[in-house]
Design a protein around this ligand. Structure first.
Ligand code: GAR
Length: 194
């Protein structure tokens, strides 16, 4: 089974959707560890309850982004992951970090990339008058929210949507999209292994 290390900063609902997909045997993977950069991330508690090894690496206790990323690499590499899965991990990563995990670093972003990179994607989609919105799972490259897309899910934007109602509709899709995108990668990797 493919080894995953999942990085979170908060709620962890996408992480839970991956845990569930593994438990239900939709995804041939195991989660080696869940790492949070925030001590108050609710997802850490959920991961512990699922019996998964958790680590906290508080970015505030490092003097630079480079120092934080270097320590993060050390913690992750202890688990020898096949994929490093960003699931609501709200830190920009250095080019060194990204290069270290080239081809293994995956993110979920709440927009139809290349539209709406960065933050506040749902509000921005509403303000732009979009009729469709969604989420993307993509490889991480050094440019923010810019790497090759693996899978996307679309939702309609309703006339009476707020950022919150739209976010909820997208999140429901994210919870199916992330396990499906990981399955696609893992199945392709298997097919390419002699
Ligand atoms: C998700 O909507 C994810 O797409 C988004 O944060 C939320 C995390 O929720 N990620 C980003 O905005 C990345 N820049 P979760 O902690 O419940 O999975």
């Amino acid at each position: 089974a493919a080894r995953l290390v999942i990085l979170i900063s908060g709620r962890g609902s996408n992480m839970l959707s991956i845990i569930q997909a593994i438990q239900e045997k939709h995804l041939d993977a195991q989660i080696a560890a869940v790492i949070s950069n925030r001590p108050d991330a609710a997802g850490i508690v959920s991961a512990q309850q699922a019996g998964i090894d958790t680590q906290l690496l508080d970015h505030k206790s490092f003097e630079s982004r480079e120092a934080f990323d270097a320590s993060l690499i050390q913690v992750i590499d202890r688990y020898q992951p096949d994929y490093v899965v960003l699931a609501g991990f709200m830190r920009i990563l250095t080019a060194e970090f990204v290069a270290h995990y080239a081809g293994k670093l995956i993110n979920i972003h709440p927009s139809l990339l290349p539209k709406f990179k960065g933050l506040h994607t749902h509000q921005r989609a509403l303000e732009a008058g979009e009729s469709e919105h969604g989420a993307s799972v993509h490889f991480v490259t050094a440019e923010l929210d810019d790497g090759p897309v693996i899978l996307q899910a679309k939702v309609p934007v309703m006339a009476d949507d707020s950022a919150e109602t739209l976010a909820a509709r997208v999140l429901e899709q994210e919870h199916m999209l992330y396990p499906a995108a990981l399955k696609k990668l893992i199945d392709e990797a298997k097919a390419n292994t002699p």
